[in-house]
Design a protein around this ligand. Structure first.
Ligand SMILES: [Zn+2]
Ligand SMILES: [Zn+2]
Length: 360
């Protein structure tokens, strides 16, 4: 029997609910009724628990019909709205049904050891993301049509990306060679005096919630560039923030990812300590000892809008921070065909003008 998923439905009309970034509530796509996360969580508590239970009991009989390779990475769910069978990646935690379009959440992917601690809910909606994308394209006259096609732009997706948040302490011992100079005129001489200092610093820097994304699908440099996220909006995780967006559970473990967080903690420590040694003309580090000790690790979901465009065998990514609006994108290509047409058009126009002038 396929595993269970949840579709959140409107209490008034039964229409599909999604988490609305503007209202910060769940909103019905049919009648526009809104409900708080708490109302919906209470209502679906039993249904979600049943779904989790069933996922554990499921004998995965369906998987037997697939090839071994497929079965390893796929899962089958039954859509509660249209009862179609949904085939998902093993990491899928929130998606939409390809048949009826209803936002769908997989409760078992947020349960037990997989239960997230926090979520930063979407603040910016699809309209904001599309506007940012058009701004990104602005002035790029030779951009291939594949990018600007309306239907393609509509495919921009809101994704909750899994992150590990690391707490830790860095103890540091530093020694620098610092210099200060003093210039003055003495009689016929111009004197420059250089004083040399041994600068010693010891310090402790504490870190809370240093983020590193926990999804192998997301390019690390893109995710880092979309920071910072503002933790003021971070709330305890509830599943009802998920409907209407995509989410994958983590597939990079906290241990695998800790190196990335360590590098950031170390670099920040070096910068912070060095910044306390001011007033020197030059400051060259001679000893830099940083000892990191780890504390708690939290699991969180952060909001990102994303669109990938394939053109000429290459893929180009555009992404926007779904909380702050910070955006990044790959360098955009130039359509040589368009460029050539433009160039030919100009030449032709020039030819016609010249011809008129000569005829007069
Ligand atoms: Zn409704
Ligand atoms: Zn469906």
């Amino acid at each position: 029997m396929p595993e269970q998923v949840t579709n959140y439905k409107c209490i008034r009309c039964g229409g599909p609910l999604h988490f609305d970034a503007k209202e910060q509530k769940l909103k019905c796509e049919y009648c526009d009724s809104t409900f708080t996360n708490e109302e919906i969580e209470t209502l679906y508590k039993t249904a979600n628990e049943a779904a989790i239970e069933q996922s554990y009991e499921s004998d995965h009989a369906d998987r037997l019909q697939w090839s071994a390779e497929e079965a390893k990475h796929m899962r089958a769910y039954s859509c509660p709205s249209c009862s179609a069978e949904l085939l998902c990646d093993e990491n899928t935690a929130a998606t939409s049904c390809p048949y009826c379009g209803n936002p769908t959440v997989v409760p078992a992917q947020f349960h037990g050891a997989l239960k997230p601690d926090y979520v930063i809910p979407f603040k910016l909606d699809k309209k904001d993301a599309i506007k940012a994308l058009y701004n990104f394209y602005k002035g790029k006259v030779f951009l291939p049509n594949a990018f600007t096609d309306g239907a393609h732009i509509e495919e921009i997706k809101g994704i909750y990306v899994p992150f590990w948040l690391y707490d830790g302490t860095a103890d540091s011992d530093m020694a620098y060679h610092g210099t200060r100079t003093n210039s003055y005129t003495s009689g016929r001489y111009h004197v420059t005096e250089t004083k040399h200092y041994k600068v010693i610093r010891q310090g402790e820097v504490r870190f809370k919630h240093v983020p590193a994304d926990a999804s192998s699908k997301m390019p690390d440099e893109f995710m880092d560039a979309l920071e910072p996220f503002n933790y003021v909006d971070m709330v305890p995780f509830q599943m009802s923030y998920m409907p209407g967006y995509l989410a994958d559970k983590y597939d990079v473990t906290a241990a695998e990812n800790s190196k990335r967080a360590d590098v950031r903690m170390k670099n920040t420590t070096l910068d912070t300590i060095a910044a306390t040694a001011h007033g020197y003309l030059t400051l060259v580090p001679e000893v830099e000892r940083v000892h990191l000790s780890h504390d708690r690790i939290h699991y969180a979901f952060f909001p990102i809008w994303m669109l990938t465009t394939r053109w000429n065998g290459e893929s180009y990514m555009f992404a926007m921070n779904g909380q702050t609006g910070k955006m990044i994108g790959d360098d955009l290509p130039v359509d040589r065909g368009k460029f050539l047409l433009y160039f030919l058009g100009l030449t032709l126009l020039f030819g016609i003008v010249l011809w008129f002038l000569l005829l007069r």
